[in-house]
Write a protein that binds this ligand. Sequence first.
Ligand code: SIN
Ligand code: CO
Length: 382
Amino acid sequence: MWQLQGFDSTEFVSQYWQKKPCVLRNIFDHFESPISAEELAGLACEDDVHSRLVIEKDGTQPWQVRHGPFDEQDFLNLPESHYSLLVSECEKWLPELTGLLDQFRFIPDWRIDDLMISYAPAQGSVGPHVDEYDVFLLQAQGQRRWLYNDSRIKNPKLIPDLELAILEQFDPDQDTVLNAGDMLYLPPDIAHHGIALQPGLTYSIGFRTPSAVTVLESFSMEIERIGFSSIKYEDPDLELERHHSEITATEIDKFSTLATEVLRQSSSLWQDAVGKMLSDSPVVRDESDHQPFYVSDLRACNWIRHPETRLLFHQNNDNISVYYNGRSHSLPNQPEILELIRNLCDKHEWSLDLINQCIAIEALEKLLLELACNDAIIPFEE
Ligand code: SIN
Ligand code: CO
């Protein structure tokens, strides 16, 4: 079921990706959502799951937003129509959906943000709005009408005093109905409004575009880590004609030059700054559990990635750096090591056979032990 039909990724990227919306009809053949509306509601009742109810009318205010976890009574109290239930990061809770996300691997893994699933009864929507990210909106069940614009808008005006970012003005030039198995791609900054025509489920596969601020933050953490301190402020040309409390323009310029110089002199830190930033995730080792791992533990069962693990790699002439959950691990760049790392990155479930192939190479054995030790991979019991 998870196989994009008649999809040409080269054409899609050259014509639409980050450029303009695209309707992809019947992109999944005989599509059936592996999760029902009832199961989605069940998920929204769990602690740790990020869920929202958006109630257009008949709530305490127009476009009321309520945050989960919810209980049965919350669902019983809902109006008949004009609401939506949205559950974010569904890929963490429903491993059967990883096959769907894998279909989007023509885009790098690190660009994927999450898979949100929404349920809406007839007329349910989250209002006309703009998202800052690329999104594939897959109609998984029922029918939804999408009104949207073909071109991007910056800094749209929003209705004041609402919890939800709803556009004050929305003049769509596109109007299309999506059936189960159809998908709409929207680049960032496209005004859109999806209204359920029948009760149904919509999957939003959202992508992230880290900002310059995020990469600078990661870079300064790297600078701190290596204890970079050789560049300091100097003022042999101290200005005397100034008020003693004033910060002069020359001083500000000097600091900006100083920072630029640090970036230049420590350009070798970019790789780790980017790798750690892109692989960052909430997975942290449970510190109460300090048991060391041995090769015999690795051999004892199959392993899966922790559902929140981000696993990436970068190769240069000498090394392969594996980045996972904001950490790095370096290995020699040898063809057999590279092939196995690609294999590990391809798969979510690591068979004993794959584990044994890795253990046969000392550098990879160390990597696996470190991944297990940091909860990046976990034993898989069928
Ligand atoms: C939804 O699934 O209801 C909203 C998706 C979107 O408009 O981004
Ligand atoms: Co949207």
